[in-house]
Design a protein around this ligand. Structure first.
Ligand SMILES: [Ca+2]
Length: 512
């Protein structure tokens, strides 16, 4: 009982941190009838459907990206084989809410000021009327259906869903928590847990999400449709049944490459981006014998969520609609599993920013791999173009259609990731350049140093490289939007004071 109370308390204190948000409650669906104007487009018969699959906190540990030699993701890999996989795709923010807000609006976090786990974009005065991807598709006759985690933490709030989409699936709740946590991290945050649970795959909330999507596809969605299916794993808690752990035996586990003292050549400001987090540091994982179990659980839950992706893909194939359906699969950001001394996200390094991004279906080259930099906010204009719709206005991303036709097609832009005002990473094909709010910098040669172990920013021979990357720092770089909370960092260059979640940062209190 005490544990349950603790979890209720934590859910109140960390309302935006919940993996199983209000979406997962109840069995009904919320539906809105189609407006007449939405049905009148005579082109609708020719427009492809969109199956939009989101995975939470999945880094490049998938077979087709090769981020971990033991990743077992046969279903994502088969999707990649029948489409184009972007091997250099990056999130716009290394955190759920800002990354998803950016993807769904086509706007950078530095434009909206949405950097934290709050606010919901519609509460930001300037963006109350912003047209999201589902809304844009609705205006062009698409039936829009969402299930699982698409926006962060149950956004939009239940009272504010009108006009956002036609229907939101509310699958039967799965068994989301064991009786007792397996792992007790320093603050014992309810989400920081991993282990074998539940006993049966079908009881996991992600299986319920897949069930709902499979049923809906089987019933025959009115075409053209946009069906968004959002899975919660491998976001913590990393729970899956025994079979998925058996697929990744502890004795054979390959641990991620690690350089001791990796951070000696990194500015202190890098610590400020993830000053205090529920995700434990590597030092804690090691001293508590939890590093291997976490790596194993991440691989196991990734394999499990891959199997649920497979069920949805099978349902699409069985529907007879696959040849007129674009499938896009993405993750909102990556995850550290010990690299650079931490677990979790909230950094501007490759481990946090690199994401799986796969397109398949009409207009997409099969079996292609594109190494050009791609951004998640490219999805909105890309899907619009693939569907033959007019180019949506005010997009900050760029359509990937040229690369979906020819993976070698040149791309003029790097991928940019920002985390709170003033902190940016610029990822080109060859380099990663980072600039923090206090002006400190990093530069990595990803071709010779894929683990980003050697910060080369001070080398005289690389000044031109630094200058070329610096010019991509977003010109518009706004402070946090009203209502910002959770993971919010501000910096005052006059006083040199950094504030983390409302409290001044004192460097000597750094927790490594
Ligand atoms: Ca996430």
């Amino acid at each position: 009982m005490r544990l349950r109370l603790a979890w209720v308390f934590a859910a109140v204190v960390f309302p935006m941190a919940g993996v199983w948000g209000p979406i997962a409650e109840g069995t009904a669906t919320e539906r809105r009838p189609l407006a007449r104007s939405e049905e009148s487009d005579p082109m609708n018969d020719a427009r492809p459907n969109i199956l939009f699959i989101a995975i939470d906190d999945l880094n490049d540990w998938v077979g087709c990206l090769g981020g971990h030699s033991q990743a077992k993701t046969p279903h994502i890999d088969r999707l990649a084989a029948r489409g184009t996989v972007f091997t250099n795709a990056h999130c716009q923010s290394p955190l759920c809410n800002p990354s998803r807000t950016s993807l769904m609006t086509g706007l950078r976090p530095t434009t909206t000021g949405v950097y934290g786990l709050a606010p919901w974009i519609r509460t930001v005065p300037e963006f109350q009327q912003v047209v999201t991807l589902p809304q844009y598709l609705m205006r062009h006759g698409y039936r829009t259906t969402l299930v699982g985690k698409i926006y962060h933490g149950g956004y939009p709030p239940a009272h504010a869903r009108g006009g956002e989409f036609h229907e939101m699936g509310r699958p039967e709740p799965g068994k989301s928590r064991p009786e007792r946590k397996f792992v007790h991290t320093p603050d014992d945050h309810p989400l920081m847990d991993w282990g074998v649970f539940p006993e049966r795959d079908e009881d996991h909330p992600d299986a319920k999400t897949a069930d709902w999507a499979v049923d809906r596809i089987g019933q025959g969605l009115p075409e053209p449709y946009f069906l968004a299916v959002g899975f919660a794993l491998p976001h913590v808690p990393c729970y899956a049944s025994q079979a998925w752990f058996d697929l990744h035996p502890d004795a054979e586990l390959v641990m991620p490459p690690l350089l001791e003292n990796d951070r000696v050549d990194i500015p202190d400001f890098a610590w400020y981006l993830h000053w205090r987090l529920p995700e434990p540091r590597l030092s804690w994982l090691r001293s508590n014998g939890q590093w291997r179990p976490l790596v194993r659980a991440y691989l196991a839950t990734t394999s499990f969520v891959d199997s649920q992706v497979g069920r949805v893909l099978d349902a699409l194939d069985a529907s007879g609609q696959a040849d007129r359906t674009i499938v896009v699969l993405w993750s909102d950001h990556g995850w550290h599993l010990g690299e650079k001394g931490i677990s979790g996200k909230n950094t501007l390094w490759e481990r946090s920013t690199r994401v799986p991004l796969v397109f398949a279906g009409p207009g997409v080259t099969q079996g292609a791999r594109c190494a050009r930099p791609a951004e998640l906010l490219d999805l909105y204009p890309t899907l619009a173009e693939l569907c033959g719709l007019p180019a949506p206005p005010n997009m900050e991303g760029h359509s990937l259609v040229p690369q979906l036709g020819d993976a070698r097609a040149v791309r003029a832009w790097p991928a940019i990731t920002s985390h709170n005002q003033g902190n940016h990473a610029i990822r080109s094909e060859h380099w990663r350049y980072i600039q923090y709010a206090d002006g400190s910098e990093e530069l990595y040669d990803l071709e010779s140093d894929p683990n980003e172990w050697r910060n080369r920013v001070g080398e005289p021979g690389l000044r031109d490289v630094v200058a070329e990357h610096r010019r991509w720092i977003p010109k518009r770089d706004v402070p946090p939007a009203p209502g910002s909370a959770h993971r919010v960092l501000t910096y005052d260059p006059r006083t040199k004071e950094a504030i983390w979640e409302g409290k001044p940062i004192v460097l000597s209190e750094k927790e490594e």
